[in-house]
Design a protein around this ligand. Structure first.
Ligand code: ADP
Ligand code: RBF
Ligand code: MG
Length: 183
């Protein structure tokens, strides 16, 4: 069982967010699209560049939202998993954004579970800014519950991504640019 402390936002979070990162898209276990209908672009953890002085090891696990761009595509709102996918019990920590196309984009509900499905971007550069923390990563009993939770995260990320504020504008500008994460 999770304790109350684990379910609230880690309090160091205000110092860490927003955080920018760049890396390359690598292959994971291929479960995102096939089992969940929710593809995620897994970042190469060997090539991660962070805008702040933090290592992958110390980066708080959890489900975040932010903005992201792969290769020469547009900037999209993203729902992002950072951690060990406890439903599956992975040994390694991953950072995996799911990019959400806008409602009118034909790719927006193209996946088997009605979420965004784009083409594959393996080996391409991904730019990501994590803006907010949404919840801890949890071990779900069964894929249906995991999918339901992720769909809730996607809906929340869409809402947050439609707000108008300075942080969001600044982070979108950076994702749109080719500036390095760390200057
Ligand atoms: P893997 O375990 O290899 O990451 P996934 O099924 O999670 O497998 O994702 C496969 C690939 O699908 C991603 O690496 C990415 O190139 C592509 N992809 C397609 N649509 C999206 C999307 N909406 N968000 C993120 N990646 C996507
Ligand atoms: N995996 C979990 O085991 N528990 C979670 O709570 C969880 N939440 C997620 C939330 C979002 C928005 C996304 C995109 C993924 C999440 N995942 C979670 C990761 C999921 O298990 C993983 O993307 C697939 O297994 C494919 O690698
Ligand atoms: Mg993935």
């Amino acid at each position: 069982m999770s304790t109350e402390a684990e379910l609230t936002e880690p309090h160091s979070m205000s110092q860490i967010l927003p955080i920018r990162m760049t890396s390359r898209v690598v292959r994971g276990y291929g479960r995102g699209s096939k089992e969940l209908g929710i593809p995620t672009a897994n970042l190469d953890t060997e090539q991660l560049q962070f805008s702040k002085d933090v290592t992958l090891e110390e980066f708080p696990t959890g489900i975040y939202w932010g903005v992201s761009r792969i290769a020469d595509q547009s900037v999209y709102t993203a729902a992002v998993s950072v951690g060990y996918n406890p439903t599956y019990g992975n040994d390694t920590k991953t950072i995996e954004p799911h990019l959400i196309a806008p409602e009118q984009d034909p790719r927006r509900h193209a996946s088997s579970t009605g979420e965004t499905l784009m083409k594959d971007f393996y080996d391409q550069t991904c730019r990501l800014s994590l803006i907010g923390y949404m919840r801890p990563e949890l071990p779900f009993e069964g894929l249906d519950k995991l999918i339901e939770a992720i769909k809730g995260d996607i809906a929340k990320a869409v809402q947050l991504g439609n707000e108008v504020n300075d942080t969001l504008m600044t982070e979108k500008d950076w994702v749109q640019s080719d500036e390095p994460a760390r200057v």
